[in-house]
Design a binder for this molecule. Structure first.
Ligand SMILES: Cc1cc2nc3c(=O)[nH]c(=O)nc-3n(C[C@H](O)[C@H](O)[C@H](O)COP(=O)(O)OP(=O)(O)OC[C@H]3O[C@@H](n4cnc5c(N)ncnc54)[C@H](O)[C@@H]3O)c2cc1C
Length: 440
């Protein structure tokens, strides 16, 4: 009989048989496959049936006990070796990543020191004086009345803008003064905290020409009486980033639409506005720090730099969508939308821009949240449906026990979505794809 249809009276190779005195035993579960492979050679035919009935040969599918033990030991060893190999591979990958991180950090630090020294010797010209007169045409050309163009939206989606921003040159200078008096000294320590009002928020004013980098530079040094405190240095370095963005765009104009690191032009990012992309634009990814950032942007037209990096990393890495999709969304929604800084920020985060080897930098939105929004105030402000969650769970509501969710009035999957998949899964997938690509 075939191994699949055991003969009547004979032991099935698939059923465990206790060891017998004659030293034969049935294969174990591990051995079953091997017994099956061998079966066609040893089983079948009347001659073989006879041997099973009383001859010297072992019954079909049975092997000597010591072979059996050896086989089982070998299978166990093979499994153990396979585990060790997998662990070794994971350790090696982590080691390589750590090494790259460390290398990158030391390069960053060296660049930081260099930038600090360069900042202090760079000669930033004084701002130009305001023009004494502005000549306007004596006779204005005929034109349609502005209202007739119907530029104002029927739905007032800009209410949050008006509540947040004061428009104009005077307002820009007032904000700079406020920042210098209240925040510049701690800028280096607090600039990554989206829950605090600790950065200058001058970007919309700069973008609309209401204040200039030279004015900011000289006013800051006047305020510090020429002292390069840590806060002053970090702040002016950021103002320098804006210049760097223009430098890149000027010398590499193709970066407006294509990667600075051209090997990433063919990276298989999705360019389709998938449901995951749409959920991202609406702040409904299920990852609080990402959703808070995107909702802040929608409401006030501005997002903190730390959260810009987190949401951009989520879209381009965890969701593997093209940086151009995110860049276009920012372009449509930011009040400081800037052709150079926006592209620089997106390409930097996506890993295809002006940075040493950043493709493996994937922001973990939960860890980032716990570090930079330690009390959860930022998430509570922009994702109010989670406001009553204890701080311990505010950045990862899916980790909260059912009773805690109930007490906080949160029905996950109803009031607030679950993430599409575990964060580690999407992170690992992105890492592997990016690593493969960078080797090409
Ligand atoms: C994905 C992404 C997209 C971005 N898009 C834009 C954009 O469209 N327009 C824009 O002005 N900035 C952009 N940035 C840079 C940065 O996020 C903003 O300039 C900053 O958040 C503005 O807030 P602030 O004025 O309080 O900055 P502060 O921290 O007070 O910095 C002072 C000024 O320095 C400049 N600056 C600071 N950081 C950067 C930076 N990383 N790159 C270039 N300039 C910088 C800005 O002009 C800013 O106003 C982007 C960053 C990322 C990661």
């Amino acid at each position: 009989g075939s191994p699949q249809e055991p003969m009547e009276g004979a032991s099935s190779p698939f059923e465990p048989v206790p060891s017998s005195a004659d030293g034969w035993t049935a294969p174990s579960a591990h051995g079953a496959g091997r017994a099956q492979e061998q079966a066609p050679e040893t089983a079948g035919g009347p001659e073989h049936d006879q041997q099973q009935a009383g001859g010297q040969e072992p019954p079909s599918g049975l092997v000597p006990e010591d072979w059996q033990e050896q086989l089982e030991r070998l299978v166990r060893e093979k499994e153990e070796l396979t585990h060790q190999l997998v662990r070794l591979q994971a350790d090696f990958d982590n080691f390589r990543r750590r090494q790259r991180w460390e290398l990158e950090r030391s390069v960053d630090e060296a660049i930081g020191r260099l930038a600090a020294r360069m900042l202090q010797v760079v000669d930033v010209p004084d701002p130009l004086p305001a023009p004494e007169t502005l000549r306007t045409p004596e006779r204005m050309p005929a034109s349609e009345p502005l209202e007739s163009l119907g530029l104002l939206p029927t739905i007032d989606w800009a209410a949050g803008f008006r509540e947040t921003w004061q428009v104009g040159e005077a307002a820009a200078h007032r904000r700079l003064e406020w920042f210098l008096r209240n925040a510049v000294e701690d800028y280096h320590a607090l600039r990554d905290r989206p829950d605090l009002d600790a950065t200058s928020r001058l970007s919309p004013h700069l973008q609309h020409g209401e204040i200039t980098p030279r004015q900011i530079w000289h006013a800051t040094l006047r305020h510090s009486k020429g002292k390069w405190t840590k806060g002053v240095e970090h702040f002016l370095r950021e103002v320098g980033w804006r210049e760097f963005a223009y430098h890149i765009l000027y010398h590499h104009p193709y970066t407006q639409t294509r990667a600075l690191r051209s090997e990433f032009d063919s990276f298989p990012w999705s360019e389709v506005e998938t449901p995951a992309y749409k959920a991202w634009t609406r702040g409904r990814t299920g990852v609080p720090m990402v959703d808070a950032g995107v909702r802040q942007l929608w409401r006030i037209g501005w997002m903190h730099n730390r959260t810009r990096m987190i949401v951009a990393s989520w879209l381009t890495k965890n969701l593997l969508h093209h940086w151009r999709l995110g860049e276009a969304w920012f372009w449509d929604t930011l009040v400081d939308a800037d052709p150079a800084s926006n592209v620089l920020g997106w390409q930097w985060t996506a890993g295809c821009g002006a940075d040493a080897a950043p493709y493996f930098r994937i922001f973990n939105a939960v860890i980032q949240g716990r570090k930079f929004d330690p009390d959860g105030a930022y998430v509570r402000q922009w994702v109010p449906e989670l406001a009553n969650l204890p701080t311990q769970y505010i950045h990862a509501p899916w980790e909260a026990p059912e009773s805690v969710l109930r007490q906080a009035g949160v029905a996950l999957g109803k009031d607030y979505p679950y993430p599409q998949e575990p964060l580690d899964t999407s992170r690992e997938r992105a890492l592997q794809m990016l690593e493969q690509w960078a080797k090409r």
